[in-house]
Design a protein around this ligand. Structure first.
Ligand code: 2HA
Ligand code: ZN
Length: 271
């Protein structure tokens, strides 16, 4: 059996959480990530028959029964993942009842999965239905995206349109736009359900006055998606209070999307 601390999925999680912490997106215990693992790959690092303990998740995710995920821990800091992955991360497998998590590795000292597990599990289910290769759900508090929530209308069409105008690459990276939820109480099944509903059509969902959720096939793609939204929000926050002399027009946005062959939300443009 190989040492799980050398597993590529643990390495990726370490690098990503450290990177996000350094960007200032994940202060204190802010942010959480879940990563669906390949069962055969996981069996090279641990005995799938050895369950350390069972944890009630409080969320029903029957569609994921038997699936294992690497997840960040509740109350744990992204800043500390690299130094102590075994305490700050865990590998859980959703039991047949859909509501119990079987801990296979990690969460040393009695830890448990992120408090946002409902949003993560339900989002995985929604994204897998849209794209069977989706693996990652990422939640974070990117500074400029969050700032933009306070000064821009929290309307899907308007928010997406503004982001698309801010950098040429945006409409190519998230042609379906961004979903927007109003402020809601975090850590609940309600916000989990609402996020998953948005994830049926968007890979990025803004949690009003809180942060963002992103989904993707791997860590790079998911991080890149959120990073692109954050970059656009940064340009917006740097320019929103200044006279606007130039923009990317809707006709140009449409040309971009068509030239890159992406299926975009035409109804988010005025053509
Ligand atoms: O895990 O970010 O939304 C800490 C959070 C809660
Ligand atoms: Zn949060």
């Amino acid at each position: 059996m190989k040492d799980i601390l050398t597993a590529p999925f643990v390495e990726e999680m370490k690098k990503t959480t450290a990177n996000m912490y350094r960007l200032g997106w994940d202060e204190r215990n802010g942010g959480n990530i879940s990563y669906l693992l390949d069962g055969d790959e996981l069996a090279r690092y641990l005995d799938p028959g050895r369950v350390i303990r069972r944890i009630e998740t409080g969320v029903r995710a029957k569609e994921l029964a038997g699936r294992a995920l690497l997840v960040t821990g509740s109350g744990k800091y992204f800043r500390n993942v690299t130094d102590d992955p075994e305490t700050n991360l865990g590998v859980i497998r959703i039991a047949d009842d859909g509501t119990t998590a079987e801990l296979l590795w990690g969460f040393c000292g009695g830890g448990r999965p992120t408090s946002e597990l409902p949003a993560h599990l339900k989002s995985h289910i929604a994204r897998l239905a849209a794209d069977p290769e989706n693996r990652v759900i990422m939640h974070t508090h990117p500074t400029h995206t969050l700032a933009m929530n306070y000064v821009h209308e929290l309307d899907e069409k308007k928010f997406t349109h503004t982001l698309w105008e801010m950098c040429t690459e945006c409409i190519v990276v998230f042609p379906e736009g961004v979903g927007v939820l109003p402020w809601m109480l975090c850590g609940t099944n309600e916000i989990g359900e609402a996020t998953a509903k948005k994830m049926e059509e968007f890979r990025v969902v803004i949690w009003g006055m809180h942060g963002v959720y992103g989904a993707g096939r791997d860590m790079d793609e998911t991080f890149g998606l959120i990073e692109t939204v954050e970059k656009a929000a940064q340009i917006y926050m740097l320019t929103a209070h200044l006279p606007r002399l130039s923009t990317i027009t809707d006709a140009q946005l449409a040309r971009l999307a068509e030239s890159f062959g992406v299926k975009y939300r035409k109804d988010f443009l005025e053509l």
